[in-house]
Design a protein around this ligand. Structure first.
Ligand code: ADP
Ligand code: 5GP
Length: 209
């Protein structure tokens, strides 16, 4: 039987439009055992988004009910809407030794780090302001007002990047994906996620005596 592994929490943040969802979707596709934390939000679904796969789309009232009932591990108001991480799936993943990926904002990442005290925190940087603006508009899912608000919020988010463990610059998508993948691979090899490995290896020498 393979040695017990503990689940690792991979938290990914970026200014809106940087390409975080694109990178995360690719990581989840390559590693099906990596669970995506489906957030709750009061924002309306975008074309192509599937309820309960991309987000749990809630009314403001239901979101506040969830929050009051303690069902959220963290929550924040981002770009005028509420977003939050359901707690129970995080508990289940950790109990089962499964890795979990979080697409949350910088306020949520700070709360998670404080409440869970563990995890790997990755910040994705856009290559430039002009390219971020192009990507936000080019996505074609948000009104010009929403694009302007998200672009204006980016510097405050980028200023929080020093609080993170890793920086990945999303200039070319391939290189950025390789960097994010490398972070995940390296984190998985940390001794803290393999508490029984050495003992189970060394016991074989004791058994051979
Ligand atoms: P986020 O989740 O960070 O808001 P998305 O993943 O939705 O961003 O990406 C925003 C837009 O930028 C999308 O249209 C996506 O296809 C595009 N995009 C992502 N990464 C790159 C890249 N490296 N080069 C060019 N376009 C990109
Ligand atoms: P979007 O509306 O573009 O999907 O997301 C807007 C922002 O909200 C992104 O920075 C995204 O990471 C963040 N976000 C998504 N889910 C959560 C969550 O559960 N908690 C927090 N704090 N932020 C979230």
């Amino acid at each position: 039987m393979p040695a017990r592994r503990l689940g690792l929490l991979l938290v990914v943040c970026a200014p809106s439009g940087t390409g975080k969802s694109t990178l995360i979707k690719r990581l989840c596709a390559e590693f099906p055992a990596l669970s995506f934390s489906v957030s709750a939000t009061t924002r309306a679904p975008r074309p192509g988004e599937t309820p309960d796969v991309d987000y749990h789309f809630l009314t403001r009232e239901t979101f506040l009910d969830w929050r009051e009932a303690g069902r959220l591990a963290e929550w924040a108001e981002v770009h005028g809407n509420f977003y939050g991480t359901p707690l129970e799936p995080v508990r289940q993943a950790l109990a089962a030794g499964r890795d979990m990926l979080f697409d949350i904002d910088i306020q949520g990442a700070a709360q998670l780090r404080q409440s869970l005290g563990s995890g790997a925190y990755v910040f994705i940087l856009p290559p430039s302001r002009s390219e971020l603006s192009r990507r936000l508009s080019g996505r074609g899912t948000d009104s010009p007002e929403v694009v302007a608000r998200r672009l204006a919020a980016a510097p405050r988010e980028i200023e929080a990047a020093p609080l993170f463990d890793y920086w990945v610059e999303n200039d070319g998508l391939e290189a950025a994906y390789e960097d994010l993948r490398a972070v995940y691979m390296a984190e998985r090899r940390r001794p803290r996620y393999h508490p029984d490995l050495l003992r189970e290896l060394l016991v074989q020498w004791e058994a051979a005596i």
